[in-house]
Ligand binder design. Sequence first.
Ligand code: AMP
Length: 540
Amino acid sequence: MLGLNLDYPLLVSTIIDHAAVSYGDTEIVSCGRVETIRTNYRAIAERARRLASALSHLGLGQGTFVGSLAWNTHRHLELFYGVSGFGGVLHTANPRLPPEQILYAVNFTGYHTLFVDLDTVPLAEQLAPRLETVDRFIVMARREDMPATSLRNVLCYEDLISTGDPGFTWAEVDERHGCALCFTSGTTGKPKGVLYSHRGTVVSTLSVGGGNGWALSADDVILGMPGFFHCNGWAVPFLAPMYGCKLVLPGRRADDEFLHGLIVNEGVTVAAAVPTIWLGLLDHCRRSGQGLGRLQRVFSGGTAPPAEMIDAYMREYGVRFSHGWGMTETTHGATVSFAAQGLQHEEAVAAMRTQGKPLYGNEIRIVDEDDKPLPRDGKTPGHLQCRGHWIAGAYFRQPEIDLQTEDGWMRTGDIAMIDPDNTLHIVDRAKDVIKSGGEWISSQALEEAATRHPAIREAAVVAMPHPRWQERPFLIVVPMQDAVVSHEELRAHLLQHVPKWWLPDQVAFVADLPHGPTGKIQKEALRRRVAEGVIVPTPL
Ligand code: AMP
């Protein structure tokens, strides 16, 4: 017999309605290029309805895709609700990607309407001649700020929503329908689309915001740093209204001084970002001698953060530094680290350095080359797979890609170990792990060991071909400003943290490393620099 609960679908419109009714006055601070807006959930919900209504009048209907090329602002927040609210799907294109990749994703999806920010108008102008289907641009600005542009068929966002009906009724679509589309950053081959359903988005947000995740309440103030185009901004557009949190949106800027100002002046309690941002902010606080205001919890993701940084945030600033693992294909963060109260400081740092445990709704396992499960013994590495209510089962319009195993688990492309208590340790991307004499050396573990040296700012390890061992590690180091580290000192330091046979055969010192749009070191670009002789290895 079926349960007798109401059959009330899990639609993302329920999130903004909840915020508008229960937390209508809660503030949203949005930093645009020409204006900083202070608004609230009541206004955002009404404007999202107007937007949905205006887009419907333009002829957009259920299942229509719409694109955005924009930063984190209140208008971009409205798009998530306004587009899904008429039954459409929002493709958040990443303005930081190379133009070729943006073009590929937009043309592959094939829609007519693209929303652009004032800042991204020049990029849209550059892309326009090669956009195959887009024939309407909506500039997310007020009438008085509209730029002169070579784009054709341009509408002003504020004009558009003023024509919409604030009483618009949200479309009642099936909760399994798509509401948002993100593409992977395409580090291997072409970007692949991940189409998120209403149901998966709502349920994932519930889990991510809960106690073992972001532990949110209406007392919190969230700084939404991750681009809305990266895993839906790590759920921030849904988390903040679902939990009634004040929301601070930084727009395009990500410089240390600006972020620090927002954290202190807006009373931010929770923030998420990639490790590079956290490193910069830490440097800024140490140099300026300033504190972090009300900041209590930070979440780092995208790559593993250095242990020294976790230690510094916890010890010097009293900020709880959690670290999580996830990927575009897992909708939002999938695991989060946790340090129980009462742990010694060193134990707490060690716990926070792991990728943590899966949040409810997401299961993990490791397998061998034949998809046969391997033990959770904390020492056997294997291919990481996951499954759950919001994990991608296939790529958008690419059913030929073998994402899922026969028994319904998603292949992540990561190598990991899992402890008996289900704590995850990411070892490496499968394509980055160094295969030396039949054994694996983790490039991530070597990088982490190198950055534990106080004079090393960043490090990357790539495989070099070797006649006997197949591959050996090559360490590329960015020293702290004006710092010098001798080869002997580096060897001695690494030997404290890794087995002798892991020691890189070669090293190079460089001024910077190439980073992708989501903060990851771009190993492909690095390998090219090595192949082209721009980075020259010397024996370690
Ligand atoms: P993306 O789809 O751009 O978010 O990239 C996902 C990939 O980033 C994962 O498959 C991992 O290889 C890597 N990644 C994400 N979070 C972490 C983390 N906390 N530690 C190590 N690698 C991570």
